[in-house]
Design a protein around this ligand. Structure first.
Ligand code: MG
Length: 211
């Protein structure tokens, strides 16, 4: 794996809830592999949140693992790169991001911090071929916070991958977060989360990052 690529503003209702405007091309940003936390099936993962940085939001998303790479791919070539899927969280420092949006600066410090990319177990396309029609969800402290499916995306996974590859090469093992539906919200230390997507299920417990 070379990198984690995240797509933003890919569900119209989420764009609305943040008071942003819809885009005609995917918004993309990167996270380094060092902030990735991966859960096994059924695992209860302990993850940190930096509580001294303002609000920390969950963004529950379908996550794709590439089995092959490419550069300047067509949508059909991009589709053939998809090796496995999962569900995860693109954790976001929302207050910091809102301030950066105002000044037009890059979102990096709002998106890159310890445990900010959380992914469940990978399930291959052979095992989960109908993933586009399956509902993924996040519950926090037992309450449904977010749910969605790939069919509701503005840009489908192959479209996102093809677009990313117009700009820089993709490698086998690269991970793509495909955007979040509405319902993003804060988490606090001691909150618990449960993520599900077809056969995939895992849970989380957040704790305070010791500064
Ligand atoms: Mg996101």
């Amino acid at each position: 794996m070379d990198k984690i690529i995240c797509v933003g503003k890919n569900y119209a209702e989420h764009v609305k809830e943040l008071g942003d405007v819809n885009v005609d091309k995917p918004v993309i940003f990167l996270k380094p592999p060092s902030v990735l936390r991966q859960a096994k099936q059924g695992e209860n993962l302990s993850v940190s949140i930096p509580t001294h940085q303002g609000s920390v939001h969950h963004e529950c998303e379908i996550v794709i693992q590439l089995k092959s790479g490419g550069f300047r791919m067509t949508e059909m070539e991009a589709e053939r790169c998809i090796g496995a899927v999962s569900v995860g969280l693109d954790m976001t420092l929302r207050d910091k991001q809102a301030a950066l949006k105002k000044t037009g600066g890059p979102w990096t410090i709002a998106k890159v911090f310890q445990d900010s990319a959380i992914v469940g177990p990978w399930v291959s396309l052979e095992e989960f071929p109908q993933f586009s029609d399956a509902v993924f969800s996040l519950r926090v402290n037992g309450e449904l916070r977010q749910e969605g499916k790939a069919a509701e995306m503005t840009f489908s996974p192959p479209k996102c991958i093809a677009y990313i590859s117009e700009h820089f090469p993709l490698f086998p093992g690269d991970i793509v977060f495909t955007g979040t539906p509405k319902g993003v919200n804060s988490v606090l230390p001691r909150d618990t989360g449960v993520l599900t997507f077809g056969p995939i299920q895992f849970s989380l417990q957040w704790h305070e990052l010791k500064s």
